[in-house]
Design a protein around this ligand. Structure first.
Ligand code: ZN
Length: 272
């Protein structure tokens, strides 16, 4: 049976409909996945069982970039109240209490406070909506406390183009595949893991999502495996397909909402 990993962005709120709003999409997808026989499991479950057969169709949920909208409701000036992803999961669990007993998601967050502030200040309105204060970190530990959310590593500063400078020897903004040295990888990945560990009292999950999905052989074959399972047990790309049994644990593919599917039918077709 297949396994798959889905990625949502809670700052993707540029319309009121499914294709323009990941809050609308996630609420719908929880129903659609359940009705189609998919069992939602924690990302850790997919990683642990990787390479082994599955008795059921398993899907894990991931959220990228770490706006507070992953967990909190927010009022959008044009599109009204957006229910935070966590509250959408809770509402589903209340409505269909036995349907998804392992309902859980992993939020990949950005470590650097300066990077988060810059992303907030320079959000691209064609794709993202980030109000002032939306990229804080105060929600990380309380989210872990709920038992429904894990916090994991999405790099130090995402090599984000909005920053005046990024932590990279050649200032490789917007291209994570240029992280090809131990020094640059330590700055982007190991230091971010250490920051997350401090911010969550050691409870961050040992997973890494490549910014933009950009990866390379140095990171996937050499650097990440050498960090050890406590720091990085698996890494995730944006290759739009379900997980294959022979995928490297450091190149596990994810389908991205809004990019790889724009309707429930497209999602089910992508999942096969
Ligand atoms: Zn990202």
């Amino acid at each position: 049976m297949p396994r798959a990993i889905l990625a949502y962005h809670s700052h993707h709120v540029v319309g009121a409909g499914y294709e323009a709003n990941d809050h609308v999409a996630l609420a719908r997808d929880l129903e659609v996945l359940t009705d189609a026989g998919w069992r939602i499991v924690p990302l850790a479950g997919i990683v642990r069982a990787h390479g082994e057969g599955a008795r059921e169709r398993q899907v894990a949920l991931t959220f990228d970039d770490g706006p507070v909208y992953d967990v909190e409701d927010v009022d959008h000036p044009r599109f009204g109240t957006q229910r935070g992803f966590l509250n959408t999961m809770r509402a589903f669990a209340a409505r269909r209490p036995d349907a998804q007993p392992a309902l859980h998601a992993t939020s990949f967050v950005i470590a650097s406070p300066e990077a988060r502030l810059a992303m907030e200040a320079h959000a691209d309105p064609r794709y993202t909506w980030l109000a002032p204060g939306s990229m804080g970190e105060a929600w990380w530990s309380p989210a872990i406390d709920t038992g429904m959310i894990a916090i994991a590593n999405h790099s130090w500063d995402h090599l984000h183009p909005a920053l005046p400078a990024v932590r990279h020897s050649r200032d490789a903004r917007g291209d994570f595949a240029q992280v090809t040295s131990v020094a640059d990888a330590d700055a982007q990945i190991r230091d971010a893991a250490a920051y997350l560990a401090r911010a969550t009292a050691g409870r961050a999950a040992p997973y890494f999502a490549y910014p933009y999905g950009h990866h390379n052989a140095f990171l996937a074959r050499d650097y990440l495996p050498a960090l050890g399972e406590a720091v990085c047990a698996a890494a995730f790309t944006c290759e739009p397909r379900p997980v294959a049994p022979d995928d490297s644990r450091f190149l596990l593919p994810r389908l991205v909402c809004g990019a790889d599917w724009r309707s429930p039918d497209e999602l089910l077709a992508r999942l096969g």
